[in-house]
Design a protein around this ligand. Structure first.
Ligand SMILES: [Zn+2]
Ligand SMILES: [Zn+2]
Length: 401
């Protein structure tokens, strides 16, 4: 139901919009009981869901979707979908919720831009990647069904959701891929997971139209890491001469990945990812040629960066310190309490990295103290973020005010 008497929002609707604009989620929730329908628009034609998306308020968006918010309700002249607003907010979680709810990522706004293009425009790379890497859960159902000679499906139907989460992950760090496989309960089906990713890669390349080379390569890459994980498990079993019931090999694998040489380079990652690129079964395509050229260049960047950029696109200026030192996750919450120079998602990531970080921690501490002294002495700290981002936000804020 749409309230089309535009300038006549009732008090509850007004107040709801106000609380959302202040990100007052608690106050917002208190009012919901008095609301007749969540599907109304403000005087500019923007829905409540669009407002919550623009504020990057994942909790409110989830509640609204649960209450039956219409993802297509939009009387906003500029044709922004809630996903456009979420993309501008920079909140990956909100983008995910809307995509899971079935929003069309290809909708364009009045200036012919998709949500992903708007996110790219304001530098919200994680949103760009989330939208571009997205495939629906229902498109993966095929792999949970029995086909042809199979006696059982590759992926048990009960694991469809975790499998979907695994496949749509944008963080391609080998540590994140292996930890995700563990957290999502996929370790018990590693060989099938690998097989399925190979099938998905093949299927993507053999489409009659809309071939997505990037997704094909991504599946190949994810499958490659899973294969390495399987190899690690097999070696671990031989060494420990027992049927390993615990998942200790994950830790062995993570440490193999994170082990730096004297120059601080990740030898194992470099070796295996170059091999991964070489073994991509489809040579006659742009992404393969692009990767081969870059890896073959003199002073080539690390293979992890080359492959990540090939799949997800260039991020432009990348501040490595804003990533987890263990798994490459963006904007992690925690810092090493001693040097405060490296960041981690959580205690587990910190624990896994300590065997390497303990060597550099004292040096980083000394450097940060020297840096602090220099800043105090009057050096300017560079501010980040392009100016047009703010301008655009203000512009949109005016539109939606
Ligand atoms: Zn991490
Ligand atoms: Zn430290």
């Amino acid at each position: 139901m749409t309230d089309d008497k535009k300038s006549q929002l009732d008090d509850v609707q007004q107040l709801l919009l106000e609380r959302i604009s202040k990100n007052d989620t608690t106050g917002f929730k208190q009012l919901l009981g008095q609301l007749k329908s969540v599907n109304f628009v403000d005087d500019s034609g923007m829905s409540l869901l669009a407002h919550a998306s623009f504020k990057g308020n994942a909790e409110a968006v989830q509640i609204l979707l649960d209450m039956g918010a219409d993802i297509n309700l939009n009387q906003h002249g500029a044709d922004y979908t809630p996903l456009h607003f979420a993309a501008l907010s920079g909140n990956v979680h909100v983008c995910r919720l809307l995509l899971d709810a079935g929003i069309n990522p290809n909708s364009i706004n009045s200036v012919s831009r998709t949500a992903s293009q708007m996110a790219a425009f304001v530098g919200n790379h994680a949103c760009v990647e989330t939208i571009n890497n997205y495939v629906t859960q229902s498109s993966l159902e095929y792999y949970t069904q029995v086909h042809g000679q199979q006696t059982e499906p590759h992926i048990p139907p009960t694991l469809l959701k975790p499998f979907h989460t695994f496949v749509t992950e944008i963080n391609l760090h080998p540590v994140r891929i292996s930890l995700n496989a563990q957290v999502l309960g996929l370790l018990k089906i590693l060989p099938n997971l690998r097989k399925t990713l190979a099938l998905m890669c093949e299927k993507e390349m053999q489409k009659s139209h809309d071939v997505n080379e990037l997704l094909a390569f991504k599946y190949h890459y994810q499958g490659w890491i899973i294969a390495e994980l399987i190899r690690c498990e097999e070696q671990f079993k031989v060494q420990h001469k027992e049927e390993s019931t615990k998942n200790d090999y994950i830790e062995v694998f993570v440490k193999r990945v994170l082990k730096e040489n004297k120059l601080g380079q990740l030898d194992y990652v470099e070796f295996t990812l170059r091999e991964c690129a070489r073994e991509f079964p489809f040579r006659d395509c742009t992404i393969f040629r692009q990767i081969a050229t870059q890896l073959g260049a003199k002073d080539a960047p690390p293979a992890l960066i080359v492959l990540r950029n090939a799949i997800n696109g260039l991020r432009g200026f990348v501040d490595e310190s804003s990533y987890c030192s263990t798994c490459g996750q963006e904007k992690p919450d925690k810092k090493c309490s001693k040097c405060k120079a490296v960041q981690y998602c959580d205690r587990e990531c910190q624990r896994l990295h300590w065997f390497m970080h303990k060597k550099s921690c004292p040096r980083l501490l000394a450097a940060s103290q020297a840096g602090a002294a220099a800043t105090a002495a009057g050096q300017q700290v560079q501010s980040k973020g392009p100016i047009d981002t703010n301008e655009l936000r203000e512009e949109l804020a005016k539109l939606s005010a």
